[in-house]
Design a protein around this ligand. Structure first.
Ligand SMILES: NC(=O)c1ccc[n+]([C@@H]2O[C@H](COP(=O)([O-])OP(=O)(O)OC[C@H]3O[C@@H](n4cnc5c(N)ncnc54)[C@H](OP(=O)(O)O)[C@@H]3O)[C@@H](O)[C@H]2O)c1
Length: 295
């Protein structure tokens, strides 16, 4: 049993914290908006009023917050994880963040005698609730090993990316780049089929039965075929955040990623049309609009 803390109880955080609690670990949770802790409290988690409270006597504190600004705030602000974690304790960063912030916070924790492990996850909130996430972990090997009992209850498989935490970040961003561009291309494909009065269902069946028989195509193809963008697993706002993180990582490495630029523009267009809080597959509607198929 690990003495664990959890900061950030959004869609993913609530599901993952629920798995940690259900796995028999001793858990203190904290969320900026306290109401989101109600279900976990009812299930037996202790709720802290601030980040420091979620770090008290903890061996590992997980963070699952939206973006780099939020991660910096919960880590570096007075009373944040850096001030509050005990020496030797682990900050497990589970959100999808940029390579620069992960490097910066790893150094800040090192100076304070603490350890940062990056463990971004693959899968949507329903997958998280089922304990079936993929986890990409990187950090000092003993620290990653110490977290293994948590990975066991959270995920179906842990991929070890190396000793530098930003290696896991790079893998996660790369995977989201592939997925985001796949969604963009699916949007283009569905609009081409619709231009010839083909029912979306027909393309969905053909696509998922053959070369593209994979969860990426079946989950997102389903959403696009049904236009069920209000059933939100991952918002367009967070998709744009990831596109920007991917392009920043590429820029740091002097690497052109032309497809990422096209996809990022489509996310921006969706946000301009009021779809910021809809599912990020709504880029398909942008493409349909561009082809005169939707208003
Ligand atoms: N959803 C997915 O399918 C998915 C899959 C893999 C990875 N991820 C990644 O996981 C992370 C969380 O995603 P999510 O879908 O759970 O997002 P979400 O539902 O929007 O939750 C965001 C969380 O961040 C907290 N937060 C935001 N700004 C903050 C700040 N300045 N200070 C403190 N807390 C702050 C929110 O607190 P409040 O409740 O107070 O707003 C909330 O707990 C993101 O990095 C995302 O890219 C998501």
């Amino acid at each position: 049993m690990i003495r664990a803390g959890f900061v950030g109880l959004g869609r993913m955080g609530q599901a993952i914290a629920g798995r940690v609690l259900g796995g028999g670990h001793d858990l203190i949770v904290h969320n900026r908006t306290r109401a989101k802790a109600a279900d976990l409290e009812a299930a037996g988690a202790r709720v802290a009023d601030d980040v420091a409270g979620a770090c008290e006597a903890r061996e590992v504190v997980m963070t699952m917050v939206a973006d780099d600004a939020a991660l910096r705030a919960v880590t570096l602000d007075p009373g944040g994880l850096r001030d509050s974690l005990e020496a030797g304790a682990i900050h497990m960063v589970m959100g999808t963040h940029g390579v620069s912030v992960v490097r910066e916070l790893a150094a800040a924790h090192r100076e304070a005698g603490q350890v940062l492990v990056a463990a971004p996850v693959l899968g949507r909130p329903d997958v998280a609730a089922a304990g079936k996430l993929g986890i990409v972990a990187a950090g000092p090997p003993e620290a990653v090993e110490f977290c293994a009992p948590l990975f066991e209850v959270i995920g179906r498989r842990t991929f070890r990316a190396g000793e530098a935490p930003e290696s896991a970040t790079a893998v996660k961003l790369t995977n989201n780049f592939l997925l985001g561009c796949a969604i963009e291309v699916m949007g283009e494909a569905f609009s081409l089929a619709r231009s010839y009065d083909v029912e979306p269902e027909v393309l969905f069946e053909v696509m998922t039965d053959g070369l593209f028989a994979s969860p990426a195509y079946s989950v997102y193809g389903r959403i696009i075929a049904d236009q069920s963008y209000d059933d939100v697993g991952f918002t367009t706002t967070l998709g744009l955040k990831d596109a920007n993180l991917i392009l920043s990582a590429a820029e740091l490495a002097h690497l052109p990623l032309p497809s990422a630029s096209v996809w990022r523009d489509r996310l921006l267009g969706a946000i301009a049309h009021g779809d910021a809080e809809r599912d990020w597959a709504v880029v398909a509607r942008e493409q349909a609009r561009a082809g005169g198929l939707d208003g």
